[in-house]
Design a binder for this molecule. Structure first.
Ligand SMILES: NC(=O)C1=CN([C@@H]2O[C@H](COP(=O)(O)OP(=O)(O)OC[C@H]3O[C@@H](n4cnc5c(N)ncnc54)[C@H](OP(=O)(O)O)[C@@H]3O)[C@@H](O)[C@H]2O)C=CC1
Ligand SMILES: CC(=O)N[C@@H](CCC(=O)OP(=O)(O)O)C(=O)O
Length: 334
């Protein structure tokens, strides 16, 4: 059978730091009055973004910020562009945080560091984890892709995948939220509803995604030095990027059957932003207008997701510095 092909173009901002960091209701309503929030890893890119949003949030008081190398410094000395966050406490080590005075934490630590840290926390604390440690539901899949046995399997079982627009009810009641990866967010926002509604076929999906450099975090690495990145673009982790099983986990849930994708990430000469073009086969009898209409209906009440009008191409500069994700659908082969 000959299927029509279409491409789904989506973009979202990522760090310096960035990722759609809404403050979930699970945290905002943790207590009557303001929730007392600690940000672990506040001296990194995602941590800084959480502080930027949290410091202005009416339902949050930031009671602790942690850093490792930067511990002891004022937050505004580490991120001078956030100098207005004057009420923020200075950065301390995780071991010095008084967790009895904390209702919720945003955990912005490197992968694996997170598991050891979170399993020691008191149970009254609600957690939004930005690392990849609790996203994969199957511990064997985690080990296969991350190379180590999971150190907090019990916590992994209770974690809820925090792609809010697709999982809002579970997010509301979660104690531990696993925030999705950057590429899985960009890929799943358009693909999940279309696969679930059977408007596109769940096979032969190609996801071609491009990321800004801040997605790699603030710590120095040879691969993100200026001379390695400037004036060029490169694919990386081809056929073996750890976000592949995360995307497949979500899309398989949408399809109700095992979905495999071809996914290639690229590193761009951008500090922040992400662009993702996914190629899918449309179900017989559907048109790109049907797909766009379905996405518009799905996200009609979602403030941070914009489904663009026919013909308009999303661009990273349209979402830069914001929480928005934009998308559109185009027919690429009849
Ligand atoms: N960058 C992005 O766009 C996204 C990143 N993520 C994930 O979020 C997490 C944080 O990423 P990102 O902000 O980019 O990372 P960064 O490297 O920018 O920041 C890491 C933070 O963790 C602290 N830290 C590092 N090692 C330790 C340790 N052994 N013990 C305690 N604290 C430590 C660092 O402190 P210090 O600098 O003071 O040493 C810093 O505050 C990662 O798991 C990442 O994969 C998720 C979505 C998007
Ligand atoms: C450019 C770059 O290096 N990107 C990171 C993904 C960053 C991200 O948001 O995902 P995690 O939360 O899973 O780290 C990578 O490819 O590993």
């Amino acid at each position: 059978m000959l299927h029509k092909h279409c491409s789904l173009s989506s973009c979202k901002p990522i760090s310096q730091p960035q990722k759609p960091q809404r403050i979930p209701s699970v945290v905002c309503k943790a207590q009557s009055g303001k929730a007392k929030v600690a940000v672990l890893g506040a001296s990194g890119y995602t941590g800084a973004e959480v502080v930027r949003l949290g410091a202005l949030h009416p339902n949050i008081t930031i009671t602790a910020l942690t850093g490792e190398r930067q511990a002891g410094k004022a937050f505004s000395d580490v991120f001078p562009h956030l100098v207005t966050a004057t009420s923020c406490p200075k950065l301390i080590k995780i071991g010095d945080v008084d967790f009895s005075n904390v209702d919720a934490i945003f955990c912005c630590l490197p992968h694996a560091t997170t598991q050891e840290t979170l399993k020691q926390l008191p149970r009254h604390i609600k957690i939004v984890d930005l690392s990849a440690d609790f996203r994969l539901k199957n511990p064997d899949t985690y080990t296969e892709w991350y190379g180590n046995a999971h150190a907090a399997v019990e916590l992994q079982k209770e974690a809820v995948y925090g792609l809010t627009e697709l999982n809002r009810e579970q997010v509301k009641s979660a104690r531990l939220l696993a925030n999705p990866g950057c590429y899985p967010t960009c890929a799943q926002l358009p693909l999940y509803p279309l696969i679930k509604s059977k408007l596109v076929l769940p096979d032969d999906i190609i996801i071609d995604a491009k990321s800004g450099v801040s997605g790699a975090g603030r710590a120095a690495k040879e691969s993100t030095l200026y001379c390695e990145i400037a004036e060029g673009i490169n694919s990386y982790s081809v056929g073996k990027h750890r976000h592949m099983p995360e995307i497949e986990q979500g899309l398989s849930e949408a399809a109700g059957s095992d979905v495999k994708v071809s996914f290639t990430p690229h590193l761009m000469n951008l500090s922040r932003g992400m662009q993702c073009t996914s190629y899918v086969k449309m179900a017989p009898g559907t048109s790109v207008d049907d797909l766009r209409a379905h996405l518009k209906e799905t996200y009609a009440n979602e403030f941070f997701v914009k489904v663009l009008d026919k013909g308009i191409v999303p661009h990273t500069r349209h979402v830069r510095g914001s929480n928005f994700a934009m998308m559109n659908v185009f027919e690429v082969r009849a």
